[in-house]
Design a binder for this molecule. Structure first.
Ligand SMILES: C[S@@+](CC[C@H](N)C(=O)[O-])C[C@H]1O[C@@H](n2cnc3c(N)ncnc32)[C@H](O)[C@@H]1O
Length: 206
Protein backbone atom coordinates (compact mmCIF):
# COMPACT_ATOMS: atom_id res chain seq x y z
CA UNK A 1 0.00 0.00 0.00
CA UNK A 2 1.35 3.44 -0.91
CA UNK A 3 -0.26 6.85 -1.25
CA UNK A 4 -0.40 6.69 -5.06
CA UNK A 5 -2.13 3.29 -5.03
CA UNK A 6 -4.61 4.58 -2.43
CA UNK A 7 -5.36 7.72 -4.44
CA UNK A 8 -5.86 5.63 -7.57
CA UNK A 9 -8.17 3.18 -5.77
CA UNK A 10 -10.34 5.93 -4.26
CA UNK A 11 -10.41 7.94 -7.50
CA UNK A 12 -12.06 4.82 -8.95
CA UNK A 13 -14.34 4.25 -5.95
CA UNK A 14 -15.53 7.85 -5.54
CA UNK A 15 -18.37 7.69 -8.04
CA UNK A 16 -19.90 4.49 -6.65
CA UNK A 17 -18.68 4.66 -3.05
CA UNK A 18 -21.94 5.78 -1.44
CA UNK A 19 -23.96 3.05 -3.11
CA UNK A 20 -21.47 0.23 -2.48
CA UNK A 21 -20.10 1.18 0.97
CA UNK A 22 -22.79 3.53 2.25
CA UNK A 23 -25.43 1.27 3.85
CA UNK A 24 -23.10 -1.63 4.70
CA UNK A 25 -20.79 0.54 6.86
CA UNK A 26 -23.46 2.83 8.25
CA UNK A 27 -24.20 1.01 11.55
CA UNK A 28 -20.52 1.45 12.51
CA UNK A 29 -20.62 5.17 11.70
CA UNK A 30 -23.77 5.59 13.81
CA UNK A 31 -22.28 3.55 16.67
CA UNK A 32 -19.21 5.78 16.83
CA UNK A 33 -21.06 9.08 16.66
CA UNK A 34 -23.56 8.12 19.36
CA UNK A 35 -20.71 6.83 21.57
CA UNK A 36 -18.74 10.07 21.15
CA UNK A 37 -20.78 11.66 23.94
CA UNK A 38 -20.32 15.09 22.35
CA UNK A 39 -20.53 18.31 24.32
CA UNK A 40 -21.43 21.67 22.77
CA UNK A 41 -18.38 23.20 21.13
CA UNK A 42 -16.35 19.98 21.03
CA UNK A 43 -13.70 20.01 18.30
CA UNK A 44 -13.84 16.72 16.41
CA UNK A 45 -11.45 15.52 13.72
CA UNK A 46 -12.44 12.78 11.31
CA UNK A 47 -9.50 11.39 9.35
CA UNK A 48 -10.21 9.66 6.03
CA UNK A 49 -13.65 11.31 5.93
CA UNK A 50 -14.16 10.09 2.34
CA UNK A 51 -17.41 11.28 0.75
CA UNK A 52 -18.60 12.57 4.13
CA UNK A 53 -21.30 9.97 4.75
CA UNK A 54 -20.86 10.41 8.51
CA UNK A 55 -21.01 14.21 8.52
CA UNK A 56 -24.82 14.59 8.76
CA UNK A 57 -24.79 12.30 11.83
CA UNK A 58 -22.86 14.69 14.12
CA UNK A 59 -24.84 16.97 16.45
CA UNK A 60 -25.32 20.57 15.30
CA UNK A 61 -23.42 22.14 18.21
CA UNK A 62 -19.97 20.57 17.63
CA UNK A 63 -17.21 21.65 15.23
CA UNK A 64 -16.17 18.91 12.82
CA UNK A 65 -13.08 18.93 10.61
CA UNK A 66 -12.73 16.19 8.00
CA UNK A 67 -9.56 15.36 6.11
CA UNK A 68 -8.81 12.93 3.29
CA UNK A 69 -6.09 12.24 0.75
CA UNK A 70 -8.45 11.71 -2.20
CA UNK A 71 -9.56 14.79 -4.14
CA UNK A 72 -12.46 12.93 -5.72
CA UNK A 73 -13.81 11.60 -2.40
CA UNK A 74 -13.48 15.07 -0.84
CA UNK A 75 -15.31 16.74 -3.71
CA UNK A 76 -18.29 14.56 -2.89
CA UNK A 77 -17.97 15.40 0.82
CA UNK A 78 -17.91 19.15 0.06
CA UNK A 79 -20.99 18.87 -2.14
CA UNK A 80 -22.76 17.02 0.70
CA UNK A 81 -21.85 19.75 3.20
CA UNK A 82 -23.29 22.43 0.88
CA UNK A 83 -26.35 20.46 -0.16
CA UNK A 84 -27.32 19.49 3.39
CA UNK A 85 -26.22 22.83 4.90
CA UNK A 86 -24.06 21.13 7.52
CA UNK A 87 -23.06 24.22 9.50
CA UNK A 88 -21.29 22.12 12.16
CA UNK A 89 -18.67 21.15 9.56
CA UNK A 90 -15.87 23.68 9.96
CA UNK A 91 -13.59 22.41 7.21
CA UNK A 92 -13.08 19.56 4.75
CA UNK A 93 -9.41 19.51 3.83
CA UNK A 94 -7.10 17.57 1.57
CA UNK A 95 -4.40 16.33 3.93
CA UNK A 96 -2.38 13.19 4.62
CA UNK A 97 -3.52 11.81 8.00
CA UNK A 98 -0.04 10.40 8.55
CA UNK A 99 1.47 13.91 8.49
CA UNK A 100 -1.18 16.32 9.67
CA UNK A 101 -0.71 20.06 9.66
CA UNK A 102 -2.67 20.55 12.90
CA UNK A 103 -1.14 21.65 16.20
CA UNK A 104 -0.70 19.25 19.11
CA UNK A 105 -3.71 18.57 21.41
CA UNK A 106 -6.16 20.61 19.29
CA UNK A 107 -9.11 18.18 19.13
CA UNK A 108 -11.37 16.75 21.86
CA UNK A 109 -12.07 13.62 19.83
CA UNK A 110 -10.40 12.03 16.81
CA UNK A 111 -12.19 9.47 14.65
CA UNK A 112 -11.06 7.08 11.89
CA UNK A 113 -13.84 5.12 10.20
CA UNK A 114 -12.64 2.32 7.93
CA UNK A 115 -9.24 3.93 7.44
CA UNK A 116 -6.58 2.17 9.55
CA UNK A 117 -6.23 -0.78 7.16
CA UNK A 118 -6.13 1.57 4.17
CA UNK A 119 -3.20 3.89 4.98
CA UNK A 120 0.42 2.95 4.18
CA UNK A 121 1.55 3.10 7.83
CA UNK A 122 -1.21 2.50 10.43
CA UNK A 123 1.20 3.03 13.36
CA UNK A 124 2.17 6.48 12.07
CA UNK A 125 -1.53 7.27 11.53
CA UNK A 126 -2.34 6.44 15.17
CA UNK A 127 0.71 8.40 16.37
CA UNK A 128 -0.61 11.45 14.53
CA UNK A 129 -4.18 10.92 15.78
CA UNK A 130 -2.81 10.82 19.35
CA UNK A 131 -0.66 13.92 18.79
CA UNK A 132 -3.54 16.12 17.61
CA UNK A 133 -6.00 14.76 20.22
CA UNK A 134 -6.08 16.27 23.72
CA UNK A 135 -4.52 14.14 26.46
CA UNK A 136 -7.24 11.83 27.85
CA UNK A 137 -9.37 12.69 24.78
CA UNK A 138 -11.21 9.98 22.84
CA UNK A 139 -9.90 8.15 19.80
CA UNK A 140 -12.47 6.03 17.94
CA UNK A 141 -11.61 3.54 15.23
CA UNK A 142 -14.00 1.46 13.09
CA UNK A 143 -12.44 -1.23 10.94
CA UNK A 144 -12.47 -4.78 9.74
CA UNK A 145 -9.82 -6.89 11.44
CA UNK A 146 -8.64 -10.35 10.43
CA UNK A 147 -11.30 -12.90 11.34
CA UNK A 148 -10.85 -15.55 14.02
CA UNK A 149 -13.00 -17.95 11.94
CA UNK A 150 -10.57 -20.32 10.08
CA UNK A 151 -12.68 -20.36 6.90
CA UNK A 152 -13.02 -16.57 6.68
CA UNK A 153 -9.37 -16.23 7.59
CA UNK A 154 -8.30 -18.36 4.64
CA UNK A 155 -10.47 -16.25 2.30
CA UNK A 156 -8.86 -13.09 3.73
CA UNK A 157 -5.40 -14.60 3.20
CA UNK A 158 -6.32 -15.36 -0.41
CA UNK A 159 -7.47 -11.77 -0.96
CA UNK A 160 -4.43 -10.20 0.75
CA UNK A 161 -2.27 -9.98 -2.43
CA UNK A 162 -5.03 -7.79 -3.95
CA UNK A 163 -4.67 -5.11 -1.23
CA UNK A 164 -3.15 -2.55 -3.57
CA UNK A 165 -5.94 -2.94 -6.10
CA UNK A 166 -8.71 -3.09 -3.49
CA UNK A 167 -7.38 -0.13 -1.50
CA UNK A 168 -7.44 -1.91 1.89
CA UNK A 169 -5.83 -4.89 3.65
CA UNK A 170 -8.29 -7.79 4.18
CA UNK A 171 -5.90 -9.57 6.61
CA UNK A 172 -5.34 -6.66 9.04
CA UNK A 173 -4.65 -8.16 12.47
CA UNK A 174 -6.17 -6.54 15.59
CA UNK A 175 -3.68 -7.88 18.17
CA UNK A 176 -0.72 -6.86 16.04
CA UNK A 177 -2.25 -3.39 15.48
CA UNK A 178 -2.86 -2.85 19.21
CA UNK A 179 0.57 -4.11 20.19
CA UNK A 180 2.36 -1.89 17.65
CA UNK A 181 0.32 1.26 18.33
CA UNK A 182 0.10 0.89 22.14
CA UNK A 183 -3.51 2.11 21.97
CA UNK A 184 -5.34 1.95 25.29
CA UNK A 185 -8.66 0.34 24.36
CA UNK A 186 -11.57 1.08 26.67
CA UNK A 187 -14.26 -0.80 24.74
CA UNK A 188 -14.63 -2.97 21.64
CA UNK A 189 -17.98 -3.48 19.90
CA UNK A 190 -18.81 -5.63 16.88
CA UNK A 191 -20.77 -3.79 14.18
CA UNK A 192 -22.19 -4.08 10.65
CA UNK A 193 -23.02 -7.26 8.78
CA UNK A 194 -22.54 -10.36 11.01
CA UNK A 195 -20.49 -8.18 13.38
CA UNK A 196 -17.61 -8.56 10.91
CA UNK A 197 -16.27 -5.05 11.70
CA UNK A 198 -15.26 -3.60 15.07
CA UNK A 199 -15.49 -0.23 16.78
CA UNK A 200 -12.64 0.52 19.20
CA UNK A 201 -13.04 3.24 21.80
CA UNK A 202 -9.59 4.29 23.04
CA UNK A 203 -8.32 6.78 25.62
CA UNK A 204 -5.56 9.04 24.38
CA UNK A 205 -2.60 8.35 26.60
CA UNK A 206 -0.31 10.24 24.21
C1 LIG B 1 -12.83 3.03 3.10
S1 LIG B 1 -12.76 4.76 2.91
C2 LIG B 1 -13.66 5.32 4.34
C3 LIG B 1 -14.36 6.62 4.10
C4 LIG B 1 -15.30 7.08 5.25
N1 LIG B 1 -14.57 7.20 6.49
C5 LIG B 1 -16.48 6.17 5.43
O1 LIG B 1 -16.94 5.99 6.56
O2 LIG B 1 -17.02 5.68 4.43
C6 LIG B 1 -11.09 5.15 3.33
C7 LIG B 1 -10.76 6.62 3.11
O3 LIG B 1 -9.46 6.88 3.69
C8 LIG B 1 -8.79 7.79 2.84
N2 LIG B 1 -7.34 7.74 3.11
C9 LIG B 1 -6.49 6.73 2.83
N3 LIG B 1 -5.24 7.03 3.22
C10 LIG B 1 -5.30 8.28 3.75
C11 LIG B 1 -4.33 9.15 4.34
N4 LIG B 1 -3.06 8.80 4.43
N5 LIG B 1 -4.74 10.34 4.78
C12 LIG B 1 -6.06 10.73 4.68
N6 LIG B 1 -7.01 9.93 4.14
C13 LIG B 1 -6.64 8.73 3.69
C14 LIG B 1 -9.18 7.33 1.44
O4 LIG B 1 -8.94 8.32 0.46
C15 LIG B 1 -10.67 7.01 1.65
O5 LIG B 1 -11.48 8.13 1.40
Amino acid sequence: MNIDAIKTAYRRYARVYDVVFGPIFHPGRKTIISALDCHPGDAILEVGVGTGLSLPLYPDDVKVTGIDISTEMLNKARRRVDREELTHVEAVLEMDAEQMQFRDNGFDKVVAMYVVSVVPDPVQLVREMARVCKPEGDIFIANHFRSTNPLLRSVENLLAPLSKLAGFRPDFDLDDFLQKTGLEVVEIRSVNLFGYWKVLRCRNVG
